[in-house]
Design a protein around this ligand. Structure first.
Ligand code: HEC
Length: 150
């Protein structure tokens, strides 16, 4: 039999404290190493998917697809506090810039949706190119800071 032979430390605060510290350390170390990339990638996957909806909508001149994609960026939920903590731990000194970029991306997404609703292709194209610029600028910074890929 392989049952855990330790009963839960229901009454000892010291034990609880150790457990809590243990949990925090686990969150801080293992999750930063593994799950944090997952949290960030979840955010990025939504962005990528929305971006391709926007592109597809423009290609087919179907403005409703563009609006749907843009709304997905604008109204995407914040990651849970724990995922945000992981993401910011990973970003380190880049965290404030990331928050700023996040706000900017939502603002541009609103601009995209509004232009699409007005069927204003010129304004739409401009806003999309500004948004894409955000993605590229940040990714470029990332590859620079994580070592150049020769
Ligand atoms: C402020 C910074 C920042 C901005 C802005 C940003 N990204 Fe990212 N993105 C990242 C980081 C950091 C990663 C790398 C995550 C990792 O280490 O796996 C990433 C990774 C990705 C990936 C790869 C995810 C995977 O599963 O491997 C995609 C796709 C992506 N981003 C799409 C986008 C799109 C589309 C936009 C713009 C609409 C965008 N990102 C804007 C920081 C940013």
């Amino acid at each position: 039999m392989n049952a855990s032979n330790q009963s839960l430390p229901l009454f000892g605060w010291r034990r609880w404290k150790r457990v809590l510290i243990g949990i925090s350390l686990t969150l801080l170390t293992s999750s930063v190493a593994t799950a944090e990339a997952g949290a960030m990638n979840d955010v990025m996957r939504i962005l990528e998917q929305s971006m391709s909806m926007i592109d597809k909508g423009i290609a087919k001149l179907d403005y409703s697809i563009v609006v749907a994609g843009a709304k997905q960026i604008e109204e995407r939920p914040m990651p849970s506090w724990i995922d945000r903590a992981k993401i910011f731990a990973d970003l380190g000194s880049e965290a404030p810039a990331f928050k700023e970029a996040d706000k900017e991306m939502r603002r541009l997404a609103r601009k995209i949706a509004e232009s699409a609703e007005r069927h204003d292709l010129e304004a739409l194209r401009q806003a999309v190119s500004q948004l894409r610029h955000k993605c590229i600028t940040c990714h470029k910074k990332q590859t620079q800071s994580t070592g150049d890929n020769k």
